[in-house]
Design a protein around this ligand. Structure first.
Ligand code: GLN
Length: 279
């Protein structure tokens, strides 16, 4: 089979679920299977594709058509201009999350101490560290798998000396009770309402449920973090949450109940996405 025929075959596998993206994904998958970038693949279209490349491409396309995110197949996701290792143990970093990283970098002085709570792949905390001289981070997650992925990313990005990965449960009674102080506490906690999760796309359902489920009203983690984080903030420090597009009013009101001010910022899609909370 020639490469252009393989691309067509892959596109046909993807079409029922991939719709308008099937063509570009078919080229991408053929590129991954043949370990070729898209410019070279274009030059090879009339050459014969080896059997093992065809098999690999078909396997990837089948997994993809069942909703497996491409990032889990390539074990890599680009976030904030950095390459992160990802697999099924963590959420795929979203472009929408980059706004909270920008806000954190703006707010950090060099040498700042940050906490990234529910760190997953580590994409938020590590992106901040990469962009703030001498900053250090404690990065927490309850999932052992997520801690392993974060640790791997810490190594890959050369940040082992500045990031501490800690396996801890936000809801345990001693969480953040050790007197530690942070300049910035960042969190992209699970915030989807339990009821809504069932209706999400096949792609999102391939991601860890534990990273998405924010309880009956989606606010369980925000309430808990608003209870425990203020005492762990240094003077002038801030808590930064990623929030769902429809959670600005709820998070603002949970902050106000605790006497905390809350400012909301949008992502580049125009949705409310980031809450900055101060004492
Ligand atoms: N933004 C994610 C989504 O849309 C949810 C992330 C989260 O719950 N923290 O699937």
């Amino acid at each position: 089979m020639k490469y252009f025929e393989l691309v067509k075959k892959i596109k046909d596998i993807l079409l029922p679920t991939g719709g308008e993206y099937a063509g570009s994904e078919a080229e991408k998958i053929t590129g991954i299977a043949s370990e070729t970038d898209s410019a070279r693949l274009f030059m090879m279209m009339r050459e014969e594709a080896p059997d093992d490349v065809c098999r690999r491409a078909v396997d990837i396309a089948r997994a993809r058509s069942e909703g497996k995110p491409l990032e889990y197949i390539t074990k890599s996701a680009c976030f904030f201009g950095l390459d992160f290792y990802v697999d099924e143990r963590v959420l795929v970093p979203r472009a929408d999350t980059e706004v909270i990283v920008e806000k954190a970098i703006e707010a950090c002085r060099s040498g700042a101490k940050i906490a990234d709570i529910c760190c997953g792949s580590g994409c938020i905390g590590l992106s901040v560290l990469k962009n703030v001289d001498g900053a250090t981070a404690d990065m927490f997650d309850i999932s052992e798998g997520a801690c392993e992925v974060s640790l791997e990313n810490t190594r890959r990005l050369g940040l082992s000396e500045r990031a501490n990965i800690l396996r801890q449960d936000v809801f345990s009674s001693d969480f953040l009770s050790g007197g530690e102080k942070y300049d910035i506490i960042i969190s992209n906690p699970p915030y989807i309402r339990t009821e809504v999760i069932k209706g999400l796309s096949a792609e999102v359902k391939n991601e860890p449920h534990i990273a998405l489920d924010g309880g009956d009203d989606g606010l369980a983690f925000y309430r808990r973090l608003l209870d425990v984080c203020p005492k762990a903030l240094s003077d002038g420090g801030a808590i930064m949450f990623e929030i769902g597009y429809d959670q600005a009013a709820d998070v603002t009101s949970e902050a106000a109940k605790r006497g905390l001010g809350c400012e909301i910022f949008r992502d580049y899609g125009g949705n409310d996405r980031c809450a900055i909370i101060k004492k």
